[in-house]
Write a protein that binds this ligand. Sequence first.
Ligand code: UT7
Length: 333
Amino acid sequence: MTKAVKQVGILGVGSYLPSKVLTNHDLEKMVDTTDEWIVQRTGIRTRHIAAPEQATSDLALIAARRALEDAGLTPNDIDLIIVATATPDYGVYPSTACLVQDRLWAQHAAAFDLSAGCTGFVYGVSVASQMIASGLYKKALVIGAETLSRILNWEDRNTCVLFGDGAGAAVLGEVEEGYGILGLDLGSDGAGGIHLYQPAGGSRRPASHETVDNKEHTVHMNGNEVFKFAVKVMGKTAKKSLEQAGLSNEDIDMLVPHQANIRIIQSAAKHFKMPMDKVWVNIDKYSNTSAACIPIALAEMQDQHAMKKGDNLLLVAFGAGLTWGSIVLKWAK
Ligand code: UT7
């Protein structure tokens, strides 16, 4: 093992959204819904949908290549690849991270998938940063990638209007003293797992004709419970990571929340006393891309020059598990 480093941060970001766009008006023709309901209750107007031949690793690979290019690194520089996803290419194995490792030809990288629902990217960055800080690895790729369209019940208006496909990636490595990850917090409450789950396809209820007929391989969600949980945990986790960083709400230049519902985002902004121009919102365009939301937002913020070196970012996510997490990050690029 090499010498431990002190500060770990993001060296490069990239994202990929499939080209097909599904609008609320398209959904009006598929289920009993309206553009007005979806916009008012969620803030979503459009979402991207992967082409039939695209699996999660295809989306992840493009985002990863873009992040590497942004960091000025090659696949050979990468020691670790983590793919946070709820929609791996294969049900069991190989992991999507191994598929990305192969296609990137990242010859020196360990690779594994991470399951923490929509909090997956925040969990992944936390794990990778500690492995770098310990000196075990030097550079890691953390990818949030999803093809949620594959596990939605397109006849269930309660869920099918909410999610989209996409991928975002970040390259992590050592950064200057005082920059990078300043605080982080992770949490879970498995008792709430039943509120957002895929009933069949695992060891408890293996795939059968019956499970397929009953559409048990699709997302089942108790939206109201997840909503209440989200509003409760976002403030709590942010407080912890801010305390660890020795910062307060006022020091944050941009809140980058998980994009599940504009009303959840607005409630978080109110809680943090942050004006909405300091909150990154793209749910209108991409909907909820689960683990991909936050890295897609980071890549978009960089493309739009919405942040500069030294800005303090607060990343906050929640999701299936139930899980939650937050990271305070001083942008180092
Ligand atoms: O990343 C984590 C994953 N998920 C989330 O974060 C989701 C969190 N939850 C939410 O965002 C919201 O709870 C939803 C958007 C899912 C639902 O919004 P809501 O304001 O809590 O609506 P509701 O579930 O209380 O439903 C209100 C009504 C119901 O009709 P009735 O029973 O009052 O007649 C629903 O059947 O709206 C109906 N409804 C719809 N109507 C038109 C539900 N979905 C739709 C729809 N179009 N797509």
